[in-house]
Write a protein that binds this ligand. Structure first.
Ligand code: 5GP
Ligand code: MG
Length: 174
């Protein structure tokens, strides 16, 4: 059995999504950006965000794996699903659920950067800067969070809890 406690409510998350959507809509006006979601965790944030934007966007997804199972990172990143949309000359905004060590994002920025986009920025709903191993730029951040293991709002523990509307701290598993 696993227990969890709420750190940020779904209501506060939704307010933050509206705020970020407002900024992105202003910054990317007339740029027709491609939003690239990092599966699986970002699917909830992506779905909320795109419905609050007031500009046209395209979306695509990549899937990267670094956490093999459970809570610990394996230290290596694999591309599990490639991008379908050509991004050369396009304005690209990466949509992440949470940035932790920065390893996944650093790998992805390198992969995307080699395809020569017109611009490349990052939007993450949650950021754990105290855990950073690799310096990565995060241009839009929802919430800075402490060094805990979170579930909910797209984040899982062994594929569970992604559907919780709140950001929760996983407290114990037996
Ligand atoms: P990083 O490569 O920055 O260490 O980790 C990035 C990925 O690890 C995130 O996109 C997310 O999928 C996963 N991750 C990082 N921190 C957490 C967390 O607290 N909870 C869960 N469920 N996944 C996390
Ligand atoms: Mg992720």
């Amino acid at each position: 059995m696993s227990t969890y406690r709420v750190l940020i409510t779904g209501e506060d998350i939704q307010k933050k999504v509206s705020e970020i959507a407002g900024k992105i809509s202003t910054d990317y006006r007339d740029r027709h950006p491609i939003l690239i979601g990092v599966l699986k965790g970002s699917f909830v944030f992506m779905a909320d965000l795109v419905r609050k934007l007031s500009i046209p966007v395209e979306i695509d997804f990549v899937q990267l794996a670094s956490y093999e199972a459970g809570r610990e990172t394996s230290g290596c990143v694999r591309l599990v699903r490639k991008l379908e949309t050509p991004v050369k000359g396009r304005h690209v905004l990466v949509i992440e659920d949470i940035v932790d060590s920065g390893l996944t994002l650093s790998f992805l920025l390198d992969y995307l950067g080699r395809q020569q986009p017109a611009s490349l920025k990052v939007c993450a709903m949650f950021d754990k800067p105290s855990r950073r191993n690799i310096d990565v730029p995060v241009d839009y951040v929802g919430f800075t969070v402490p060094d805990e293991f979170f579930v909910g709002y797209g984040l899982d523990f062994n594929q569970q809890f992604r559907c919780l509307p709140d950001l929760c701290i996983l407290e114990e598993q037996n």
